[in-house]
Design a binder for this molecule. Structure first.
Ligand code: SF4
Ligand code: SF4
Ligand code: FES
Length: 332
């Protein structure tokens, strides 16, 4: 099995594993950001370039470094490969350049964006972004349009990651939307406005890494950090029926799939991605429709986890431990 070292952590992986997958096995700081790769979608990745890494040693056989940063979601690990993610200033500078390009046309209107609080582009802008744009030309502008009775498209926020197109291709037979035009005039579009009505189409909202595809039943109802996420399930003939409910009091404001630390839907024991159908997502908005399993763990340094009951519980434990330690030190 090939051995790879990422930011000083060495591990053995299966043949054919990409650098990104290997990094996720290590976890933490070693994991590059990924705005277009999505493990549940075939052929995803290779569009956004946020996952670039520096390969400082190609392999045991050919130890020469790779001349340019490589997208870790596409580059397969080779035996003896050495990779730098956060440990290379040169790479971090290159990634900041990628972020700058992503933000050329992006409005960064986080205060009014439904994705705020769970947006990896927001995190990237904070970590790598400049305080102002060097771009001097007019930005692209689009009207907000409904691409289905439950989905609104804000094309200005789209980063053309192609994830929603892969969902349409792989989950929704008879796909009616995709990317039209190329280069700086490329855009997501439907053949006929309002045409997306497939029963699995709501998954496009879950995979969209930014606030470009929004849930019309939730838009502007609440900031996500004011909601209380819980795990819930129901018996559904169309999908897995395993969801996250985003509650305000007893009111179900939003239903989504269950996302992991990388913003991807969790997989079951057989490795199937937890896609959910539109009936579960849009039509089951009563608590009584669901069996509530318990509070949802928000495993990111996210604003959603701030003031979250889990965090508060941990905080209480930490404080009481600290108190006991200082009492002990005082008595000694
Ligand atoms: S998509 Fe993300 S970065 Fe863009 S406006 Fe919305 S929250 Fe901000
Ligand atoms: S609408 Fe969202 S999911 Fe679709 S390409 Fe744009 S950013 Fe990606
Ligand atoms: S996640 Fe690798 S290119 Fe987008």
């Amino acid at each position: 099995m090939p051995k790879v070292t990422i930011d000083g952590h060495t591990l053995e992986v299966e043949e054919g594993t990409t650098i990104l997958q290997a990094a996720r096995m290590i976890g933490g700081e070693a994991v590059p950001p990924a705005m277009c790769y999505y493990s549940g979608l075939e052929t995803s990745g290779g569009y956004c370039r946020t996952c670039i890494v520096e390969v400082s040693k190609g392999s045991e056989k050919d130890p020469r470094p790779m001349p340019k940063p490589v997208p870790s979601c596409r580059q397969v690990v080779m035996d003896g490969m050495e990779v730098k993610n956060t440990t290379s200033p040169k790479l971090l500078e290159a990634r900041a350049g990628v972020v700058e390009f992503l933000l050329i046309n992006h409005p960064l209107d986080c205060p009014v964006c439904d994705q705020a609080g769970e947006c990896h582009l927001q995190d990237l802008s904070y970590e790598h972004g400049l305080s102002k744009s060097r771009y001097e030309f007019k930005r692209r502008e689009f009207e907000k349009i409904d691409i289905g009775d439950k989905i609104k498209l804000h094309m200005t926020r789209c980063i053309l990651c192609y994830r929603c197109v892969k969902v349409a291709d792989q989950l929704c037979p008879g796909r009616v939307h995709g990317v039209i035009n190329r280069g700086d005039v490329a855009e997501i579009s439907t053949y006929i406005e309002n045409a997306v009505d497939n029963e699995m189409s709501g998954n496009m909202i879950d995979v969209c890494p930014v606030g470009a595809l929004t849930d019309r039943t939730f838009r502007f109802k609440s900031r996500v950090w004011f909601t209380k996420p819980v795990n819930a399930h129901r018996t559904c003939e169309t999908c897995c029926g395993r969801v996250a409910l985003w509650l305000s009091g007893d009111e179900v404001l939003r239903v989504t799939g269950r996302k992991d630390a990388y913003g991807e839907l969790e997989k079951d024991a057989e490795g199937r991605t937890g896609w959910i159908c539109n009936t579960c997502r849009f039509d089951k908005k009563n608590e009584a429709d669901w069996t509530i399993e318990g509070p949802r763990h928000i495993d990111r340094h996210s604003v959603i986890s701030q003031n979250h009951y889990e965090t508060l519980k941990q905080l209480k434990i930490d404080i009481s431990r600290q108190k006991k330690l200082s009492e002990k030190a005082h008595n000694e």
